[in-house]
Design a protein around this ligand. Structure first.
Ligand SMILES: [Zn+2]
Length: 179
């Protein structure tokens, strides 16, 4: 079903990028944010930029891990186009993040766990397959280190439901309520 990929992206490289993204996600969890992490890398695996979910700490609904990693990569590359670069994210990107990946002209997006409520890589909608879109990712693949990525998010919410820090940390949507 999947089209043949015009470039070789070895499985060990995919998993090593996802491990880096997972370490970013773990930092987000420690900060009370939903644990999502992302990295932007070159095809040889060199990490260009990192991002973690910071919607609460920055009071910014767009501060998703992928957006922050793309912004940093663009800034460091001094280029609003990230041709030939790869994004790896622990969670399936939402429509905003996948759209940003298309605007950035990324070559590939890899992700770990599917996101049934927000995922735009095939779960909720399939943005990369919209006909007539100006750019298309050459590779969009989920399930990289699926168990680790899923366990991290599940354990975060499990702990949140039980833990005493519930009120203090809150969910991202809680930031909408002020005073
Ligand atoms: Zn997003």
């Amino acid at each position: 079903m999947a089209a043949p990929h015009p470039f070789c992206f070895p499985a060990p490289l995919k998993t090593s990028l996802m491990r880096e993204a997972l370490s970013e996600a773990a930092k987000a969890a420690l900060e009370g944010e939903v644990p999502a992490g992302a990295v932007v890398a070159r095809l040889d695996g060199t990490i260009v930029a990192r991002g973690r979910n910071r919607v609460i700490s920055l009071s910014d609904p767009t501060a998703h891990a992928e957006i922050l990693a793309i912004r940093e990569a663009s800034s460091l590359e001094r280029n609003y186009r990230l041709d030939g670069l790869v994004l790896a994210s622990t969670l399936e990107p939402c429509a905003m993040c996948l759209s940003a990946s298309l605007h950035a002209r990324l070559k590939a997006v890899l992700y770990g766990a599917p996101e049934p409520k927000w995922g735009a890589a095939g779960s909720l909608l399939d943005l990369n397959s919209v006909r007539g879109m100006n750019h298309r990712l050459e590779l969009l693949e989920g399930g990289i280190l699926l168990d680790e990525c899923s366990d991290l998010i599940k354990s975060f919410f499990r702990e949140k439901r039980r833990g005493p820090g519930n009120a203090r940390r809150g969910f991202p949507c809680g930031t909408l309520k002020r005073g």
